[in-house]
Design a protein around this ligand. Structure first.
Ligand SMILES: Nc1ncnc2c1ncn2[C@@H]1O[C@H](COP(=O)(O)OP(=O)(O)OP(=O)(O)O)[C@@H](O)[C@H]1O
Ligand SMILES: [Mg+2]
Length: 484
């Protein structure tokens, strides 16, 4: 029997899981970590706290297993950047998180470079991506630009720590989110690293997602000598864990935000219509597989805001009953543009708004409108994706914390006019990392083994005539260009 350890280092918490290839129940450990909001629009994490949380969850899992661990896989929140010193092992201040908007004005200044960014990276010029965050770090923190400097995404930071400072590497999916990586040529872009003043010698070496990234040193109950053999950004890992191996197959993860990714095969398409082109994964020496992506910044986080900001629910799970206690949203439209709008709008200055409030509006209407906003944002993205790719989404596989809401998925099927498929395994992100690592070590022979492991739990088919979408689009337009 083989055991693969997978680490999912997310935005709000980290999870370690031991996956057994004989189908035995997985062993999982999870820890949340601190979200730091120094100013409106800024979001930071303490990279050392993340590493400690990863280490704690790894220890909690490894102390429960006797078998030799075959491989380690890592998946992570993307775009978030850490700069650290090789000698001290310490970060230069907090990591800047993907949600952080501090470089919005800088992106406006750089606007004339959009065609270059679009063509080389498949992205848009938005503070979401790493490049302007790295430039900010180098300009605003006391960082000595010498041989001891490392700048990387969370995967690089974790690998560097797991290997005792030996491997400074990343995978091509994480690199593809920095806005510094040429996804056609598969190397750091000369033009973009120069434009942002980032010397590529401070950036990690880029490897295929399923390949060798280094071996562990002993860390408590985690043994030395285990190969880290699979790494991918969380959304890419989820696409892999959902077994979206056919061209055109599409998934949506309903987590903190929502990320719709469609496998578009081995030819990199030109990005259009507010969609991103990104690397889905690369298996060993095979050609990279590309994906179209629609990135929605706030979906599940809006439910958390109802809980923590408005206190109209005590638990995320209460939203379903509250929203279903009314037959419609009573004309209320919630646009949860808390950190601007991503695909297909790309407006860093949009902010959250609630429209259509009357004297009869209750918390139930707001809860229902919040769920509808998740459905509408997904429809915006799927419509733009269909337009951009010329390939109609024929079914949507779903996962993530908020995908437990049946009535939301039914509404999603009604609005998209296609079947929505929820698998038994909702932790597809961590499973994707396990599969990528296990594939390169022969634990699984091919992607067919992974397709066989995917099991349907419930299917939601279009059944009702959808309404409210035109009003939603009007509300989105009115939320835009607010915080300038
Ligand atoms: N029972 C539930 N009902 C409704 N929503 C839920 C429920 N449980 C969790 N959620 C929502 O799911 C979200 C968390 O999902 P998930 O853990 O997939 O997020 P994530 O984006 O992967 O986070 P991270 O980046 O930390 O990994 C939360 O925002 C929460 O509001
Ligand atoms: Mg996650």
């Amino acid at each position: 029997m083989n055991v693969v350890l997978a680490i999912d280092s997310g935005t709000t918490g980290v999870r370690s899981r031991a996956v057994f290839d004989d189908g035995s129940a997985a062993i999982t450990s999870y820890r949340e970590f601190t979200q730091i909001f120094p100013q409106p629009g800024w979001v930071e994490h303490d990279a050392t706290e993340i590493w400690q949380a990863v280490l704690t969850t790894l220890q909690e899992v490894t102390c429960q297993i006797d078998q030799t661990i075959t491989a380690i896989g890592i998946t992570n929140q993307r775009e978030t950047v850490v700069a650290w010193n090789k000698q001290t092992g310490k970060p230069y201040g907090n990591a800047i998180v993907w949600q952080d908007r501090r470089t919005a004005d800088r992106c406006v200044e750089l606007a004339e470079n959009l065609p270059l960014v679009r063509q080389q990276t498949g992205l848009v010029l938005d503070p979401y991506f790493s490049a302007t965050k790295i430039e900010w770090l180098l300009t605003n923190r006391e960082i000595r630009q010498d041989d001891d400097l490392c700048i990387g995404t969370i995967d690089s930071w974790l690998i560097w720590n797991l290997t005792g400072g030996k491997s400074f590497v990343t995978d091509c999916t994480n690199a593809s989110r920095t806005m510094l990586f040429d996804i056609n040529k598969m190397n750091w872009s000369k033009e973009l690293t120069e434009l942002l003043g980032v010397d590529p010698k401070f950036l990690p070496e880029v490897r295929p997602s399923s390949s060798d990234f280094g071996v562990t040193v002993q860390l408590g109950s985690l043994p030395s000598g285990i190969s880290i053999s699979g790494v991918a950004g969380d959304q890419h890992a989820a696409l892999f864990g959902q077994a979206c191996f056919e061209t055109g197959s599409t998934k949506n993860t309903y987590g903190t935000g929502s990320f719709v990714l469609m496998n578009v095969g081995t030819t990199c398409p030109a990005p259009k219509d507010g969609m991103l082109t990104t690397i889905a994964w690369q298996l060993g020496s095979n050609k990279p597989v590309y994906a179209l992506e629609g990135a929605i910044f706030v979906t599940g986080a809006a439910i958390q805001w109802l809980r923590d900001g408005l206190n109209i629910i005590d638990n995320a799970s209460e939203i379903t009953a509250l929203a279903q206690s009314v037959t419609d949203s009573g004309g209320v439209v919630v646009v949860p543009a808390f950190t601007g709008l991503g695909s297909p709008w790309w407006d860093a200055y949009a902010r959250g708004s609630i429209f259509g409030i009357t004297r009869g509006t209750s918390r139930a209407h707001i809860a229902r409108a919040t769920i509808e906003s998740i459905v509408f944002q997904t429809r915006d993205v799927v419509d733009a994706m269909t337009k951009s790719s010329g390939v109609a989404v024929s079914e949507l596989k779903v996962d993530g914390g908020a995908s437990v809401i049946d009535f939301m998925l039914q509404l999603q099927a009604d609005h998209l006019g296609v079947d929505v498929l929820r698998p038994k395994e909702l932790e597809t992100t961590v499973m994707g990392a396990a599969y990528l690592a296990g594939l390169s070590k022969g634990v699984w022979q091919s992607t067919q083994d992974i397709s066989k492991a995917w099991q349907l739990e419930k299917i939601f088919s279009p059944a009702n005539t959808p309404s409210g979408y035109e009003t939603w689009q009007m509300a989105v337009k009115r939320s835009m260009n607010w915080a300038k």
